[in-house]
Design a protein around this ligand. Structure first.
Ligand SMILES: [Zn+2]
Length: 216
């Protein structure tokens, strides 16, 4: 029975571990992030190398066990005094691809660990007119809140923080809908390559450039 649920380490394939100690060792803390309007925002690990495998495993149809691992990590860094856990909804194409919304599963698991409820607070706006628009303009108005939040303190969880555009929109919508506070916790943060290239030669990083992975 144990064999049926045992999974190899997503980082290196070692079959004896869930996430093996050397892969855990290789993880680096997430760089600092800030999201306008959020009371606080932080990520667990830097989205690079092994961390990418751990994120991508959680996106696989068989990856729910990895989401539990992530939920443990997010619950540890979550504020104590929140009322509700919520998530940034996947796009229609993301849901179709994977059959369910990973953010919802993640938020539910984090909420259970915190002894709180999770609930949908945002939905995607299907704006076909945005098709073909540039990446920046397209990401602007694609989400709205689903209900009044009546001064609730919300914990918003997400997977990979890249430009922060989705988080910005989500926070704006949630505060406008009446939330008294929004704290953001993300699994992984893509390092700022522009800033990084100033610190060290770009050639050092070739081959490690993060892809645009996102669940949405
Ligand atoms: Zn490993």
């Amino acid at each position: 029975m144990l064999l049926l649920i045992a999974r190899p380490c997503p980082g290196c394939g070692d079959t004896n571990w869930y996430v093996c100690p050397s892969c855990l060792d290789a993880l680096e803390p997430a760089p600092a992030i800030s999201v306008p309007g959020a009371a606080s925002a932080s990520g667990v690990i830097r989205y690079e190398g092994t961390a990418r495998s751990l994120v991508l495993e959680g996106k696989e149809p068989h990856g729910r066990h990895m989401l539990r691992w992530w939920a443990d990590a997010l619950a540890v860094v979550a504020p104590d005094d929140i009322d509700l856990v919520t998530w940034i909804p996947a796009s229609r194409s993301g849901r179709r691809l994977r059959g369910y919304d990973h953010g919802r599963v993640l938020a539910g698991a984090v909420a259970r660990r915190l002894g709180r409820r999770s609930a949908r607070t945002l939905r995607r706006v299907d704006n076909r007119a945005q098709r073909g628009a540039g990446r920046d303009s397209r990401s602007e108005v694609d989400m709205c809140s689903t209900r009044r939040q009546h001064k609730k303190r919300l914990l918003l969880v997400d997977d990979v923080h890249t430009t922060g555009a989705s988080c910005r929109i989500a926070v704006t919508q949630l505060i406008e809908s009446g939330a008294s506070r929004v704290d953001i916790r993300v699994m992984a943060v893509v390092p700022d390559l522009t800033r990084m290239s100033r610190r060290r030669a770009y050639s050092d990083r070739i081959g490690q450039t993060p892809g645009g992975a996102s669940w949405t």
